[in-house]
Design a protein around this ligand. Structure first.
Ligand code: PLP
Length: 395
């Protein structure tokens, strides 16, 4: 019989169930695609981060398979001992070039790239000035660093400016940090203003481009390129290999001394085994595909415009989105859960996002279109939204 020590978790889970906020992830039974099968149901998939349709692209699959056959299934060690392979270094060179940075470093995930980097470059005397809607991995990194955390209202660069002013002290380092594209709202950080105030205060400027790499700016180079900024004005660019790139991992791009410092002090880099060769090879292939098939990014944005206009014309509230992420705001938690459920019944998969991931009264379903959706997929999804939206009195 199980011991009683963990019984409190059962009670806490029951509370989640009663509140309707317990998570029961749907199971994907085929490959990640615009139309695929979850939990035995064929659906139009508006839930993945597979922006460019690379997760199951033939060139990525072939690269992963070939590298696995040649170099094995695993890397066998952490990067700093015996787990740095030629493929890791090649990928890092390619990402440095992609981002216009001196060098880059691969992490096991975007999450560890953020948390490991913020924790490695600051200490408890320092200050972090962070957008209210920044990703959980930034928040965890900030906590691990033990620096003072000052949060500014979403996108309010004037407030960030004031916080940098108020926390200025001789010898105290300051980090200004923002997501490039905000994952729950799909809006874009006011990077030119943030960069300017970081320069004014001589603060470190760091941007998390998890939802922007491969999506925003010419060639999908991210938020810095989207605004036409010189990459040298942003100290640290974070990217994930898990979203538009279609595989798994994270990376940091920046000056060589930053990268070398992270090799020495980035704890996930030092204490957790590196990515398998198949993963690194597939990421390199993804960069090749992004270069060779620029029409994917064009299709992503054509689809984004079509879908957003369709939601808007039908009277849905899509918040402040400017990217392929479109929230459809339902308000009450139960309404968002109902919206997601009824759409599922109509063959459209789009998850409900509720408190604490978003503020109360801002519950929503979050849609993400990809380059792989056809016009027919999107029109069919919009019809389902219209039918269900009327039923729920949202439009
Ligand atoms: C998804 C996400 C991450 C984490 O990336 P993973 O590679 O999935 O760990 C970090 N930051 C933001 C803004 C994200 O949306």
């Amino acid at each position: 019989m199980a011991r009683a020590s963990l019984d409190y978790l059962r009670q806490q889970l029951e509370e989640l169930e009663r509140a309707g906020t317990a998570l029961h992830p749907r199971v994907l039974e085929l490959h990640q695609a615009a139309r695929t099968r979850f939990d035995g149901r064929d659906v139009i998939n508006l839930a993945s981060n597979n922006y460019l349709g690379l997760a199951a692209h033939p060139r990525l699959k072939a690269a992963a398979a070939e590298a696995s056959m040649e170099y094995g299934a695993g890397s066998g060690a952490v990067r700093t001992i015996a787990g740095t392979m030629t493929l890791h270094r090649e990928l890092e060179r390619r990402f440095a070039e992609f981002k216009g940075a001196e060098d880059a470093l691969m992490f096991q995930s975007g999450f560890t790239a953020n948390s490991g980097t913020v924790a490695a470059i600051l200490s408890k005397e320092d200050v972090i000035v962070s957008d209210q809607l920044n990703h959980a991995s930034i928040i965890d990194g900030a906590r691990l660093s033990r620096a003072e955390i000052q949060v500014f209202p979403h996108k309010d660069w004037a407030a960030a400016d004031r916080l940098l002013d108020e926390t200025k002290d001789r010898g105290r380092r300051q980090l200004l940090i923002t997501d490039g594209v905000f994952s729950m709202d799909g809006d874009i950080a006011p990077l030119p203003d943030l960069v300017q105030i970081a320069e004014k205060h001589q603060a470190i400027m760091m941007i998390d481009d998890a939802h922007a790499s491969g999506v925003l700016g010419p060639g999908g180079k991210g938020t810095v390129a989207h605004f036409g900024l010189d990459p040298s004005r942003v100290d640290i660019q974070v990217g994930t290999l898990s979203k538009a790139i279609g595989v798994l991992g994270g990376f940091i791009a920046g000056p060589s001394h930053l990268i070398q410092w992270l090799v020495n002090r980035g704890r996930p880099f030092l204490f957790s085994t590196s990515a398998p060769p198949g993963v690194a090879a597939a990421c390199i292939a993804a960069l090749d595909v992004i270069r060779d098939e620029p029409e994917r990014i064009d299709r992503l944005w054509t689809n984004t415009a079509l879908f957003k206009a369709g939601l808007h014309d039908r009277g849905f509230d899509t918040g402040m989105s400017e990217t392929p992420i479109s929230p459809v705001i339902a308000g009450e938690e139960t309404k968002a859960v109902e919206l997601s459920h009824l759409l599922w019944e109509e063959g459209v998969f789009t998850p409900a996002i509720v408190f604490p991931t978003v503020a109360r009264g801002q519950a929503r379903v979050r849609t993400i279109v990809t380059a792989d959706h056809t016009e027919e997929d999107l029109r069919e999804a919009l019809e389902a939204f219209e039918k269900v939206g009327r039923k729920l009195g949202l439009i």
